[in-house]
Ligand binder design. Structure first.
Ligand code: GLY
Ligand code: MN
Length: 460
């Protein structure tokens, strides 16, 4: 945990943004896998962690702006709980660590909220994403699950996003710890890959690195010879000579800050010349994106810098044609790059996606509806302290290629006859994590092998 002052300051900064009402923060509950006592790994809600720090189930935090109170609702363990769970600090002892002066039993939360509503006060809550919390909001506030998202507080969302988007020095150090562990995960996978071992063996090895470092995975491991599928969680294939492995994985520290890296490497000691050609285009796009990183520059421009480089590279090998700017405007490159160049990262790997990408990545402005561009999670002008990923890629998705070819989509920019030869090429993505500094950016964490030479050096 950070010092108690960190949590006190975060809450007091939040209080400056909203004038009145009750701010309600529901923690997460245990989530059963197949029966009540056999649960998924517990993950606390990130905003609850950010303001209240406590990392266990059965809690709700209230900041009462009208009565200037901060109250933690929860229950102390009974002796029977202790038999199963061991000795634990009392709720009050835990609250003291986070500078919270009042606790009340969880059963009093509904009464507290209803009495405030009856006095005409507003209860601000964040969009819930877990069924348990939707049910609680229905029980306590009478808002049905069908409309509970739409009744959440945009004012509170905006205030939370503004705080959490700006990472403090201590948060950046913690994220950097996550990235360093994530680099170790990637180096492990690159060193282990060889013909005849399974994707699942590589996935297990990187998971071991994350857990051994005292944390968890920041999201389920992507470790696949079918890198053309953007989020491919299948690990059943056996690696063979000529394949490439796309590894997208990251660690989450014990304090729940995320790292998120991607690498693509050959199963053989060397890339083939065709793999090198595509890999180098992706790498050039990656570097072009980074050169645009600075405060004030919209991340949309960072994305476009990557896309332009991809288009020019694909033109050089005759997979695309025509005017680069026109192709970019039409989204023609999206057949090869149907997603975005990066996203915010922090306590969540896609930071605050639960609060809405439009607020986190677009500052409330609407997103494009164009195929490809609509999947860009971050477009707003960057500010010092923003932490984001850089992850352009090239993907050869047979069904997408066939569908665009059949419907003649962007045929003035795509040489479909040449693209066909790549229909089983798979996909390439590299990913780094960066922080925006006052005059530019810094890549977080230790160096991850990324150039062709660096990757091949590890594969020997
Ligand atoms: N690392 C997974 C993603 O960024 O979507
Ligand atoms: Mn990512």
């Amino acid at each position: 945990m950070f010092t108690k002052e960190t949590y006190i300051n975060r809450r007091s900064e939040l209080k400056k943004s909203l004038k009145s009402g009750i701010l309600l923060f529901l923690g997460n509950e245990e989530s059963p896998m197949n029966y009540a006592d056999n649960t998924f790994h517990f993950r606390q809600d990130s905003t609850f962690l950010y303001f209240f720090g406590m990392d266990f189930a059965g809690l709700a935090g209230v900041i009462d702006l009208d009565e200037d109170k901060e109250i933690l609702f929860g229950n102390d363990l009974t002796v029977e709980d202790i038999v199963w769970m061991g000795t634990q600090p009392t709720l009050m002892q835990r609250c003291e660590r986070y500078g919270i002066s009042q606790t009340r039993p969880y059963s009093q939360l509904a009464g507290y909220l209803i009495s405030a509503i009856n006095k005409g006060r507003v209860v601000h809550y964040l969009p819930p994403y877990r069924p348990e919390n939707k049910i609680k909001l229905m029980d306590m506030l009478g808002v049905s699950p069908a409309i509970v998202q739409s009744k959440s507080s945009t004012e509170l969302v905006r205030a939370v996003v503004d705080l959490r988007n700006h990472k403090s020095t201590e948060e950046i150090s913690e994220i950097e710890r996550a990235v360093n562990i994530s680099v170790d995960m990637h180096v492990m996978a690159m060193k282990m890959a060889k013909p005849h071992i399974k994707e699942s063996e590589l996935a297990a090895a990187v998971t071991q690195v994350a857990l051994a470092a005292g944390g968890q995975l920041s999201f389920p491991v992507i470790m696949t010879i079918n890198g053309q599928t953007l989020h491919n969680h299948y690990h059943g294939n056996t690696l063979k000579s000529g394949d490439m492995v796309l590894c997208d994985c990251g660690a989450e520290t014990g304090m729940h800050y995320a790292g998120d890296l991607s690498s693509t490497f050959p199963v053989d000691p060397h890339f083939t010349s065709r793999q090198k050609e595509i890999y180098q285009i992706v790498l050039s796009a990656h570097e072009a994106a980074k050169t645009r990183l600075a405060p004030g520059v919209p991340f949309r421009e960072v994305h476009f810098a990557a896309c332009r480089t991809l288009i020019n590279g694909l033109k050089e090998i005759s997979l695309m044609k025509g005017d680069t700017e026109e192709a970019l405007a039409m989204g023609a490159h999206a057949m090869f790059f149907p997603c975005g160049t990066g996203h915010m990262m922090g306590l969540d790997v896609h930071d605050m996606e639960d609060l809405g990408e439009v607020y986190v990545g677009y500052n409330g402005q609407p997103k494009s509806t164009q195929f490809g561009l609509k999947s860009l999670r971050l477009a707003r002008p960057m500010e010092e302290g923003f932490v984001a990923t850089i992850e352009p890629g090239l993907y050869f998705i047979p069904e997408l290629i066939a569908s665009w070819k059949k419907d003649n989509i962007n045929s003035s920019f795509i040489n479909f006859s040449k693209v066909e030869a790549y229909s089983t090429f798979s996909g390439i993505r590299n990913e780094e994590d960066v922080v925006i500094t006052h005059d530019g950016y810094r890549v977080l964490g230790k160096k991850k092998p990324m150039t062709i030479e660096e990757v091949e050096d590890l594969r020997r």
